[in-house]
Design a protein around this ligand. Structure first.
Ligand SMILES: [Fe+2]
Length: 139
């Protein structure tokens, strides 16, 4: 999605296309971060706050760039692509890998039956390693 936005920006495509791509990218980021945060919460991941702070910072920055794009600032689109390219590389190399290793090794390895783009978020359900449903917020 970042690559598609970059292509649209370099081709000086219509601003409507750039805005649509930006909206799709934003929805993807929001959904993906929420997915990761549910996984971390369900597995009681110890570094969830540190990880979520990185997501929060990215959400804030992306929101600022999107606001600029909505106001017709072409440079904001270019800045968004540069920021996300760098942020995603750094975040996935450390924070996401640490989370993935924890989830793989955790005794309550969980999976979310939700698959991005196939079901609405409301229909998400948590299951444990045995396939039984559970509430990650239950104590
Ligand atoms: Fe993450």
């Amino acid at each position: 999605m970042v690559s598609n936005l970059q292509k649209a920006l370099s081709g000086s495509g219509p601003s409507l296309e750039i805005r649509k791509l930006t909206q799709r990218l934003t929805a993807c980021i929001v959904g993906h971060f929420a997915h990761e945060e549910r996984l971390m919460q369900a597995a009681r991941y110890g570094s969830i706050n540190w990880h979520k702070q990185q997501h929060d910072a990215a959400r804030r920055r992306v929101g600022q760039f999107v606001l600029g794009i909505e106001q017709g600032d072409h440079k904001a689109g270019v800045a968004l692509v540069e920021y996300l390219t760098s942020w995603l590389r750094d975040h996935t190399r450390l924070a996401d890998r640490m989370m993935g290793a924890f989830l793989r090794n955790h005794r309550r390895i969980c999976k979310l039956t939700f698959r991005a783009g196939t079901k609405p978020m409301d229909s998400c359900a948590w299951v444990d390693a045995d396939g039984d449903r559970f509430d990650p917020l239950a104590k």
